[in-house]
Design a protein around this ligand. Structure first.
Ligand code: ACO
Length: 330
């Protein structure tokens, strides 16, 4: 007989952003751009940039500590750590293993997953199955990016969009109703070239030539990504709601990936949601990829926008392409 699945709740949330702020005005000194262009095309006003000595693991560990404190537990209680990132400290070992060591999470096993801006929701979905099945009691899920380190600071098409941050949640079964009600994940590997960092892997291992060709930086076909993002975010948001037996109008809060205000606005319109029900903080952080949703979730909680019983949906789209959504009864 298959054991009934357990409820899975988010019992703690935390985030961390570097201190250094880079404003649109600052960017005017770096590339041929303007505060007006960046604001009207994206909604971004400023972003945070990690200093040269701060790798992803440092931001991830701090967000994790804050999430554990919020949950009222310590590292020794964690069974599993999953980090969603495309800018980990090194290609290997995983950033999750570095975090495990720093938290003293002796009994946890740890690994990273690569799903670009969908990394956090992919990790959350996987973690949910572990807790629901009883394979793990307590799971730490982290989204972290130091995109500033792979941004081409001579390319105005991309360098104005991204920032650095981390966010984390702790999952556990509480025996209470609610928690994570549904998750839906999708990928389309036919579209890899529209958003990528071509160099540094086994296709183009690092060499003088790959550096000269600037292959170690983000490349993006912004217009194409934009069109796919709006369609995919609407459809996966509806799919996850349907799986939970809910309709968009029942949502208290939508927490979308913070890539572009126009994408968020279009997604909200398609779902018939007023912007008062949509959480937006990209004006202060830009696109922080897999960190964007847990960072937004943490801010929403601290602003009192996530109360016990609130119905919240998270939805994202990113390189791969990958897209995903999760519905949670807080
Ligand atoms: N400042 C001034 N002008 C600029 C800038 C800039 N920073 N960047 C581009 N331009 C110019 C272009 O050169 C172009 O000029 P031209 O007409 O003379 O050729 C003009 O502005 C229009 O460029 P578009 O690319 O058509 O501008 P668009 O309105 O599409 O906005 C943007 C670009 C903001 C990138 C948008 O397409 C977008 O947000 N795309 C989605 C990005 C995204 O969501 N990514 C999510 C996933 S990220 C991840 O997974 C890591």
């Amino acid at each position: 007989m298959i054991a009934p699945a357990r409820d899975v709740h988010i019992i703690g949330v935390g985030s961390c952003t570097p201190d250094r702020v880079l404003t649109n005005k600052d960017l005017e000194q770096i590339v041929d751009t303007s505060d007006e262009w960046i604001t009207t095309r994206t909604g971004i006003k400023e972003r945070r940039i990690a200093d040269p000595n701060t790798p992803a693991s440092a931001l991830a560990t701090e967000a994790a500590r804050r999430a554990l404190k919020d949950a009222g537990i310590d590292g020794t209680e964690i069974d599993q750590i999953i980090v969603g990132t495309v800018t980990g400290d090194r290609p290997f070992p995983s950033t999750a293993c570095l975090v495990q060591d720093r938290l003293g999470a002796k009994k946890a096993y740890a690994f990273d997953i690569s799903a670009a801006c969908s990394g956090f929701l992919y990790a959350l979905s996987l973690a949910r199955t572990q807790v629901a099945s009883g394979a793990a009691e307590t799971v730490l899920v982290i989204g972290v990016e130091t995109l500033s380190k792979i941004v081409d600071w001579t390319d105005r098409n991309t360098c104005v969009l991204f920032g650095d941050a981390s966010g984390a949640v702790v999952l556990r079964s509480t025996g209470q109703p609610g928690g994570i009600l549904s998750t839906k994940l999708h990928s389309d590997g036919a579209l890899t070239n529209l958003l990528e960092m071509p160099g540094g892997g086994s296709l183009h291992p690092a060499s003088h030539e790959t550096v000269d060709k600037r292959l170690h930086y983000i490349r993006m076909s912004g217009n194409d990504v934009f069109k796919y993002a709006v369609r995919a975010m609407e459809s996966v948001a509806c799919e996850a709601l349907e799986a939970a037996g809910l309709k968009p109008e029942e949502l208290d809060l939508l927490v979308p990936h913070q890539a572009n205000y126009r994408i968020i606005d279009a997604t909200a319109r398609r779902l018939g949601l007023p912007m008062e029900k949509v959480f937006v903080n990209l004006d202060r952080y830009g696109n922080t990829s897999s960190a964007s949703i847990p960072l937004a979730l943490d801010e929403a909680k601290r602003q009192g926008r996530l109360k016990p019983g609130s119905l919240v949906e998270m939805v994202t789209f990113g390189g791969g392409f990958t897209w995903a959504a999760a519905v949670v009864r807080w």
